[in-house]
Write a protein that binds this ligand. Structure first.
Ligand SMILES: [Zn+2]
Length: 437
């Protein structure tokens, strides 16, 4: 494929010949002539970026969320609204009612008896907004062989309950269409403890073309830390084992305590150049230098400021507001940072996440940590990281992967608006994966 008159982010206008790799970048315009049978895409001065990479998503959960009900704020805020929604919810094709996005501010800590009172016979499965907790009613517990479970609250990583609760086949093709329409050409699945069969199933969907973006996995090197069971020695031992096996680790840290323990464990075990901290939702000042020193990459989601910022401001003590979803101060401390969306727990539009990194506006319009804002150019670049090294960005040059995001507007407009609506085409391995009609 030949892309004519593409504006690069640095303002150069070039022609790009691309197949599995970028083969030629020709400037000034007109340098590259179309060959017989070669597809030509006229960018006409529109911006062409390396394809966006979303460095932290959950592919199966995202596909399942396409036909799930949202039972958290802002759509559902009260006990009454939750009961009304669940009692009227039609079951999906497999006979289950699935809901996502639950938060305790709606109706407290849910359990099986709460759900049984609302939906007595149809299996119901509610996923907590954190993605790490599911609440099932008795009908659902019976279906997965856990009829005797005390409260129906199943936590990620707990043994003894069926994978059927977590995973099911669902429409990866529809998810793929939505993701590629954002200009995304690759994702990293951050789901912990994915088994090899599940990874193979997703990889084969990718090879078949059902799921177009390139796909990488953090599993088996991903671990979630539980606030009530922070065990430094255990974490350090696990990190040491992963490193000895030749792989990096990714440690999920959403509280300051988790981050402090993760840093101590990485100090004890030694760090690998590709180690990552996922989320880093709370970063105390005195951890900035440690993170830089360890050389770990922070993969974070400022989109949560735009999605849940008011709730953080209400729930987090005022003295700790400055620790929330930092970006600029991490970069200033020379910590490699990449952005991601945490789809489906965050909204999957990377352009929304970029705008959040630039403006940091909560839903009610408050600016959360103005000092953590970054430039639009920087925000875009943080979605252009290499899949295995998210903090190091790609550029369009000969020999790079043939994955491109073609936008309808010149760079100045793209940076001013940061809007997914400007994505005109998405190219993966030299083939059109998305084309705006
Ligand atoms: Zn996640």
């Amino acid at each position: 494929m030949l892309i004519k008159q593409a504006a690069l982010l640095d303002g150069r206008i070039v022609d790009i010949r691309v197949d599995e790799l970028v083969r030629e970048v020709g400037a000034p315009p007109g340098d590259l002539a179309a060959r017989h049978g070669e597809g030509v895409l006229y960018a006409n001065g529109g911006t062409v970026l390396p394809g966006l990479h979303d460095h932290h998503v959950h592919v199966r959960s995202a596909a399942a969320a396409l036909d799930s009900f949202l039972v958290g704020p802002p759509g559902v805020r009260t006990d009454t609204e939750l009961r009304r929604l669940l009692s009227n919810a039609p079951p999906g094709p497999d006979g289950w009612i699935r809901a996502i996005g639950y938060h305790e501010s709606v109706a407290g800590e849910l359990d099986r008896s709460f759900l049984d009172a609302v939906v007595p016979t149809v299996p119901v499965r509610i996923q907590h907004r954190s993605g790490a907790l599911w609440i099932l009613n008795s009908a659902a517990l019976g279906r997965v062989g856990l009829a005797e479970h005390p409260d129906g609250r199943l936590r990620s990583g707990e043994r003894g309950w069926s994978d059927a609760v977590l995973r099911r086949e669902s429409d990866l093709a529809e998810l793929s269409r939505r993701i590629t329409a954002y200009g995304v050409t690759g994702v990293t699945d951050a789901t912990p403890d994915l088994d090899p069969a599940e990874m193979e199933s997703l990889s084969s969907a990718q090879r078949r073309g059902e799921f177009r973006p390139r796909l990488g996995f953090l599993s088996p090197g991903k671990r979630i830390l539980r606030e009530d069971r922070l065990d430094l020695d255990d974490l350090a031992r696990w990190i040491g084992e992963r490193h000895a096996a030749g792989g990096p680790v990714a440690v999920h840290c959403v509280t300051a305590a988790q981050l402090v323990v993760a840093i101590a464990a990485l100090r004890a075990a030694g760090s690998h150049p590709l180690d990552r901290i996922e989320h880093a939702a709370m970063v105390p000042d005195d951890t900035l230098a440690d993170l830089a020193d360890l050389g770990v990459t922070v993969v974070t989601q400022p989109n949560f400021v735009a999605e849940r910022g008011d709730q953080y401001l209400a729930d987090v003590p005022v003295a700790e507001h400055g620790q929330l979803w930092r970006v600029a101060s991490l970069l200033e401390a020379r910590v490699p940072v990449a952005l991601s969306t945490d789809l489906p727990f965050g909204h999957g539009d990377p352009w929304t996440a970029m705008r959040a990194a630039v403006y940091r506006t909560t839903p009610s319009g408050v600016v959360l940590n103005a000092g953590e804002r970054v430039s639009a150019r920087r925000a875009v670049t943080m979605f252009l990281g290499r899949p295995e090294r998210p903090g190091r960005s790609r550029s369009i040059e000969t020999g790079q992967p043939g994955d491109l995001c073609v936008l309808s507007e010149p760079p100045a407009t793209v940076l001013a608006e940061l809007d997914a609506g400007m994505v005109a085409a998405t190219v993966i391995g030299g083939e059109l994966a998305y084309f705006a009609m």
